[in-house]
Write a protein that binds this ligand. Sequence first.
Ligand code: ADP
Ligand code: DP6
Ligand code: CO
Length: 376
Amino acid sequence: MAGEAEKWVLMVTAQTPTNIAVIKYWGKRDENLILPVNDSISVTLDPEHLCTTTTVAASPSFDSDRMWLNGKEISLSGDRYQNCLREIRARAGDVEDEGKGVKIAKKDWEKLHLHIASYNNFPTAAGLASSAAGLACLVFALAKLMNVKDDQSKLSAIARQGSGSACRSLYGGFVKWVMGKDDDGKDSLAVQLADEKHWDDLVIIIAVVSSSQKETSSTTGMRETVETSLLLKHRAKEVVPKRTLQMEEAIKNRDFASFAQLTCADSNQFHAVCLDTSPPIFYMNDTSHSIKLWNLALMKQLFSRIISIVEKWNRSEETPQVAYTFDAGPNAVMFARNRKAATLLLQRLLFYFPPSSAADLDSYILGDKSILKDAG
Ligand code: ADP
Ligand code: DP6
Ligand code: CO
């Protein structure tokens, strides 16, 4: 390894957006490799709004692999981080940085230690898919640092081993995680269904109801569901395969009515499956014990109101205008068919939940900030 005497540091920074599933992944058939019980489909958000920024650094002066998440050191000893690090190191290439006089040969990466600093610009572990953006960003940044030549789909299969939903964040636009059939997981990877320009009219609005960490992580929640829910078996075998095909058609044809119907139905079935778990999991009114009772009441009201606002509004129109989906957490992600519908949706949200009233919405995150002005 040339350049060792100078104690150089080689660094790469990457940014990766989160993705929100419209056909949910919930349940693994293999816990270690992270192989799902069904296909899933998601929309990757605009990196400007919800994203992870990760810097990975290698240096002969580092004596162990270390990582900091949002400024706090976290352990890298878990299998998921270790699997990702091992897979990337195994594919590392030669790297030369003439400016620094550094030459790293393929085999040197086994000995070089890493320091990783990652920052999420949105709530971590609150049901906005931080693990998706986080692990996708980690794998992408490491692959760049170590000059890994594999394509995005191979990288997606590595990110999958960090967190299932992460495989979908390696692509923009509409993405499908193909569950695959092989036991080794090589065919369980992400494919892009359509790029970010495909459905320009669609506007995404996220209502951050709570930034608190959820009580049951996605990993634990879905493990308990797999162990105890009969409804999940029906969902994975009978419902999702058909729904996935219908969703692919809806996306291809930019058919908002079908997209909205399928998105809302899948979110509702996912939460029904959580309720069918023993003991039941309530993500939509997920509140930590530290939150006061009056806050809990307010939140319950909020979810049913977001769902009922959308459902009532859609029924009063000839064709649906908006759709909602809730991940494993209390925050609402809404899709509006166009800017006009988004403006109306925002007006309604601002009317029912003025952001200034404490304990309602922490913030509104928009695909397009100018809509806030339109909404007045
Ligand atoms: P979420 O709904 O936010 O994805 P999860 O329970 O699935 O919640 O995952 C949260 C966990 O993901 C965190 O506790 C942390 O271990 C991991 N994670 C989140 N962000 C990052 C990141 N930027 N880098 C590495 N790991 C992350
Ligand atoms: C509800 O990918 O966070 O967001 O694979 O155990 O890390 P692990 O779980 P994770 O689960 C995401 C579940 C979901 C739906 C989805 O993103 O498809
Ligand atoms: Co997650």
